[in-house]
Design a protein around this ligand. Structure first.
Ligand SMILES: [Zn+2]
Length: 243
């Protein structure tokens, strides 16, 4: 019996790179693929980093062009010269409506064709509650919808869902890749190599890193929770392999 295969939605940023590294550890490098979406991002550096990291880690990467998004929606991530701002309600103007829904749909169609059931996405509702399709309730509902849509047993995994940025750095460290994620990933909304230090994404990333480095280790509860999920996954995997 083969090991299960996994598809990681991969942007080349801190979160999805951490997910990719964790997937490699969980499923084995040969069983992991990455899928990257081009949707008219302002900066090609994101795509370049994603390509470089996938190559460096020896992971097969599929890049899909969803730039048709520009025909139906506009936001600061996609428009040259637009200011990155946070509205009074805390919602950054970088939200792309429906983006994760669309990504999951395409990822699932691709995954089924590859005989892949496990889809991993680095969404998180802890630090960025402004994005409705990063919430756990959305991902669970999308999982049900995809299973019904394609009559397939997809399992969407969101290992970062309840982690703070500091805890995501802790996870990268646990995996032995803290410096790698720090140096090789790109998260800046302004497309500045190494980060502009000012956009909401850079601020969040840096604050989390400093918090982690300052020794504010994640609570044992969260780490145990994540280990529990990991062992549950391994148990499921083992039972599938023996069935
Ligand atoms: Zn920045």
């Amino acid at each position: 019996m083969h090991n299960p295969k996994a598809l990681v939605i991969f942007s080349g940023g801190q979160d999805s790179t951490t997910c990719l590294l964790q997937a490699i550890q969980t499923y084995g490098r040969a069983n992991v693929q990455a899928i990257t979406f081009h949707y008219g991002q302002r900066h090609s550096i994101e795509l370049e980093r994603a390509h470089w990291i996938a190559q460096d880690l020896g992971i097969a990467q599929t890049v899909l062009d969803l730039s048709l998004m520009r025909q139906i929606t506009h936001n600061a991530l996609m428009e040259e010269g637009a200011d990155i701002q946070t509205a009074a309600n805390g919602m950054p103007n970088t939200v792309v409506d429906g983006r994760n829904a669309l990504f999951l749909m395409y990822a699932a169609i691709y995954a089924k064709g590859q005989n892949i059931k496990h889809i991993i996405v680095g969404v998180c509702e802890t630090d960025f509650s402004g994005y409705p399709d990063c919430r756990d309730v959305f991902v669970k509902s999308m999982n049900v919808s995809l299973n019904l849509a394609m009559d397939y047993d997809f399992q969407i995994h969101t290992p970062l869902m309840y982690l703070t940025k500091a805890q995501t750095w802790a996870l990268a460290d646990e995996l032995g890749y803290l410096d790698y994620v720090r140096e090789q990933t790109h998260t800046c909304y302004n497309g500045v190599v190494g980060g502009c230090g000012e956009c909401p994404s850079c601020v969040l990333r840096e604050r989390g890193l400093q918090e982690y480095l300052a020794g504010n280790r994640p609570s044992e509860h969260i780490l145990l929770h994540s280990l529990h999920n990991k062992s549950r996954l391994n148990a499921q995997t083992a039972s599938k392999n023996t069935s």
